[in-house]
Design a protein around this ligand. Structure first.
Ligand code: SAM
Length: 173
């Protein structure tokens, strides 16, 4: 089970990025995404609309109590941060631990992440020690964790793409 926790959402400013964090989590097989920071029903609703049409059963919810969310998680807890240990050095260990524990919580931030998080996860992992983006970090991390397998089928989809070299083809299901 893969759960993603998106910390520090700011209404207005982070709408698009938080939406893309959710859609990225869905594409790479997460089972649940939890948003913390400012409560933003519109941002979550727009994702639900996309999920209803394109399928999948990822659960979306909001929490005010993100520390509790991390403390209560019974599995491998990991934060993605440019300050963390390099993913390449830790990947085999992380895969083994994920396999033996069965569940993983992947935390991404928005702006500055509280030091408490660094001290209360099992791993702080970087995807390069340079600043970039939570969307990029999450997709690269989940892709490596899954061994490069991109999820292709989403339960209950109303629409699907017919891959094409030269046009936009979709089919209603
Ligand atoms: N200086 C900020 C910090 O505290 O890490 C950068 C924030 S960045 C805009 C938002 C989020 O993107 C971070 O909280 C982290 O989850 C992710 N991120 C950015 N660069 C990363 C990197 N090189 N490796 C892993 N995650 C990264």
């Amino acid at each position: 089970m893969i759960k993603v926790l998106r910390l520090g959402h700011r209404r207005g400013r982070d709408d698009r990025i938080s939406t893309h964090v959710g859609l990225t989590a869905r594409q790479w097989g997460a089972d649940e995404i939890v948003f913390a920071g400012e409560k933003d029903e519109n941002m979550m609703e727009s994702q639900r609309d996309i999920i209803n049409r394109w399928g999948g059963d990822i659960e979306l919810r909001y929490t005010e109590e993100w520390k509790k969310e991390i403390k209560a998680f019974d599995g491998l807890k990991l934060q993605l941060s440019m300050y963390g240990r390099k993913i390449g050095e830790k990947l085999d260990e992380l895969k083994q631990e994920y396999e033996s524990r069965g569940d993983i919580l992947v935390i991404v931030g928005a702006e500055k992440v509280d030091r408490w998080v660094y001290e209360n996860v099992d791993y702080n992992i970087s995807v390069g020690n340079q600043p970039h983006s939570e969307i990029a970090a999450l997709s690269v991390f989940l892709d490596r964790l899954r061994g490069g397998e991109i999820k292709d089928s989403f339960k209950g989809a109303e629409i699907e793409i017919e891959p094409s070299e030269d046009r936009k083809l979709t089919r209603e299901k």
